[in-house]
Design a protein around this ligand. Sequence first.
Ligand SMILES: *Cc1c(COP(=O)(O)O)cnc(C)c1O
Length: 449
Amino acid sequence: MEQLRQLPSTERLASAVTQALADEPHALVIEAARSTLERARQSMLQGGILPTSADLEQEVIAAVEALVRPTLIPVINATGVIVHTNLGRALLSTAALDAMRRIGAGYSNLEFDLASGTRGSRTLHAEILLARLTGAEAALIVNNNAAAVMLVMAALARDRQVLVSRGQLVEIGGGFRIPDVLRQSGAHLVEVGTTNRTYARDYLEATTPETAMILSVHYSNFRLQGFVHQPELSELAAVARDNNLILVEDLGSGCLLDTLPYGLSHEPTVQESIAAGAHLVCFSGDKLFGGPQAGIIVGTHQLLTAVKRHPLVRALRVDKMTFAGIQATLLHYLRGEAETQVPVWRMIAASLESLMLRVQHCSAVLSAAGIDTRTLAGESTVGGGSLPGETMPTLLLALPHAHPQDLARRLRQGQPAVVPRIQDGMVVFDLRTVLPDEDAILVRAILSA
Ligand SMILES: *Cc1c(COP(=O)(O)O)cnc(C)c1O
């Protein structure tokens, strides 16, 4: 075919785009030029026309840029779900990010005892602050809360029985199901009570010489309502004490602050569980605690010493940046400044007045550009396995649009990507989960979509 000869050589096509791709490795450019030409050849053999040089160059540039572009990109979360697992859960405080940067950029005493000059233990970091803030004797940090629960079961209940209420045999999402986790850890699940009602005496009656543990699991993402009963943790502590059992609570979100002052119902705190007599409490680092991804276990010195000896600890360990981020986040709680410094809590604490001012400002800028907006009352949620069904009143910036799904898709695929919600046939933006310094960026994204 005569026309095939009019295609440029790989080298010529590559050199035509070297200026546009000056920062990228030459070998990548050559590879993209070669596959672009191969595609053009195949298409022409099937009757396609000879592409222009400009088309070929564009294709090479697009192929190389697609390869070097990061797949993980920042997103503006306008959904109003504060701890949004799909959007990366908790945002970190400035101090936590600074600490992670400082420790990530250099060497540290991660596992090195500076006093003696010998090997130290990484499991010590952040332990003193965690113990102090939760009232526990000791702490251990692992990869995530799923790992924490699995590790505790494997280390303390392998080949023994664990009592769990039938109302707490839950699935948290992402494949985390309590019965499966128990099976994987080698512990034997013993179901007690019924789906809706379980009493302390159910645990007592199920206890045998083979029983090692009572596991209590927080309802993170659903609510049981109506004719229901679950014993208080302190009642389970009494059963555990009288029968020499270990009482473990999987608390999920790991709240350290009282949620009542924010108009939310009470979310159980880690301190309360320890005070009520739980021997070990497991929770996530990146839910309401507001730090990096981690699983945090707090509890008695004796049990945590046993847990730390299990080989899984090595497989589930966290890196230096996680310790740095958690320690810095803990300091906010110690100083009583979590509400202003930890982004999750700042969002929970944001007042309707402050949201109103921001919505009005965004509306004014948009309406000056000829875009019609509304202000709607709406609901934000905490999300992330805490306070299921609970909402906080919020104000929404709303865009009436004939095809809201299309507009929402354009916003998600824009730069920066914006994830809005659709309500009453409108695309709506909840500024509670948008950082105040992102407002102007959000407005620009709306204008270009
Ligand atoms: C979220 C949650 C988990 C899983 O925690 P990850 O940190 O996501 O691994 C386990 N148990 C409960 C009760 C939870 O809410």
